[in-house]
Design a protein around this ligand. Structure first.
Ligand code: BG6
Ligand code: MG
Length: 215
């Protein structure tokens, strides 16, 4: 059997930080007098910091000057960092450690593919940093999801074929990126939202070793 490459998104897949990104953006949106809904937030998941603020502004056809734009990015991140300050290994989502054990036991590759510039810090807090063969995050990538760059980089570095890559994602943009890369996409969350995924699970802990072995 070919060695597979399992690529995990971070926020909303490994740890429930997607809710903190949402709360932080809500804070910024209210400062701009923009009503930012949970439905609109689905379109921000997986999207990098800069593009997220652009999208929030687009929702209301607003534009702001570059210095305010940059200061709001810093402010959003500071709010977010306060939320994640106390996370630790107990915050790893159920089922993640079991899947990582399975992947390691069968000597497959394991990668992180995240848009976040905070990814390495969060992985350290979760005590998962050492597990990954390769970490591709928002500090390395030039093109944000739904561009597949974040996933293609680990595939190319580990010399795996796209059909042997499996991507776990909670975002529409991430599933699109995986599909564009020709990889197997697994949507974690609401099936109706992630309808473009090859497989769907409402929660990560519903993924069994048997399912992984059939991929
Ligand atoms: C993604 C999140 O993982 O990272 C997005 O789904 C977030 O909501 C993006 O905007 C960038 O994260 P950060 O930590 O660099 O602001
Ligand atoms: Mg995510």
């Amino acid at each position: 059997m070919n060695k597979k490459l399992f690529i995990f998104d971070l926020d909303g897949v490994i740890v429930d930080t997607a809710k903190y990104h949402f709360l932080a953006w809500q804070n910024i949106a209210s400062e701009l007098n923009i009503d930012f809904t949970i439905e609109q937030n689905e379109l921000l998941k997986g999207v990098n910091r800069e593009n997220s603020l652009l999208k929030i502004l687009e929702f209301e056809n607003k534009s702001i000057d570059p210095s305010l734009f940059n200061s709001l990015l810093i402010k959003k991140n500071n709010i977010y960092l306060r939320y994640v300050e106390k996370i630790n290994s107990s915050d790893v989502i159920d089922g993640i450690k079991n899947s990582i054990d399975y992947i390691k036991k069968h000597k497959h590759h394991l990668a992180l593919g995240s848009a976040s510039k905070n990814a390495q810090m969060i992985l350290r807090k979760l005590e998962l940093f050492e597990c990954f063969d390769i970490i591709i995050d928002g500090t390395i990538t030039e093109k944000a999801k739904p561009n597949p760059e974040v996933f293609l980089r680990s595939m190319n570095r580990l010399k795996v074929k796209s059909e042997d890559c499996i991507v776990f994602e909670d975002s529409i943009s991430g599933i699109t990126a995986a599909n564009t890369a020709g990889m197997i996409s697994i949507g974690i969350g609401n099936k109706d939202v992630l309808s473009n995924a090859n497989h769907n699970f409402s929660k990560f802990n519903l993924i069994t070793n048997q399912f992984l072995s059939h991929l």
